[in-house]
Write a protein that binds this ligand. Structure first.
Ligand code: S3P
Length: 170
């Protein structure tokens, strides 16, 4: 089952673009962060604050594995840190067509600026974003394709992805 999987740093538009790809192709949409939140019955900041990042990564990896097993083709928006584990990267490579949404640090900062829902960005946001971009250097490169998300709307980006990813769900 070849799902369409969106990866990329926080604030690159994975969820918005993913929903639009699903709409244009007539596929179902699944959001990994939302799935973890639904299963846990609490927000991502709450999960991080109470049980820590390692616990979140376990839950996130489990939710990914379950999603990749869906029997119908889905467009899947992941969280920015899903690429940290090699096993997740392998599972995604086996399970779908992977699109990396890439954006400049400036675009990312502009989009996440007032966000309180991302525990890894609390504090000096510019410093946090720079450090994480550095730490994750190369980790998104296993995607089948990389698309610059800085200058196009979600509808335009989705149209490009639909052309690249083979086959609709209608
Ligand atoms: C994270 C990204 C977030 C969310 C969590 C951790 C990361 O998802 O999974 O806050 O480590 O990059 P988005 O990329 O949708 O913001």
């Amino acid at each position: 089952m070849q799902h369409i999987i969106l990866i990329g740093f926080m604030g690159t538009g994975k969820s918005t673009v993913g929903q639009e790809v699903a709409r244009q192709l007539g596929c179902s949409f699944a959001d990994l962060d939302a799935a973890v939140v639904a299963r846990e019955g609490r927000s991502i900041p709450e999960i991080f604050a109470t049980d820590g990042e390692a616990y979140f990564r376990e839950r996130e990896s489990q939710a990914l594995a379950d999603m990749l097993n869906y029997s119908t083709r889905h467009v899947i928006a992941t969280g920015g840190g899903i690429v940290l584990r090699e096993h997740n990267r392998e599972l995604m490579r086996d399970g779908g067509y992977i699109v990396h949404l890439a954006a400049s640090k400036e675009t990312i900062l502009a989009r996440v600026k007032r966000d309180r829902n991302r525990p890894l960005l609390q504090g000096d946001m510019e410093e946090r974003v720079s450090k994480l971009i550095q730490q994750r250097e190369g980790l998104y490169d296993f995607a089948h394709t990389t698309i610059a998300a800085d200058n196009e709307t979600a509808v335009q980006l989705a149209a490009r992805i639909c052309k690249l990813a083979d086959g609709s769900c209608k």
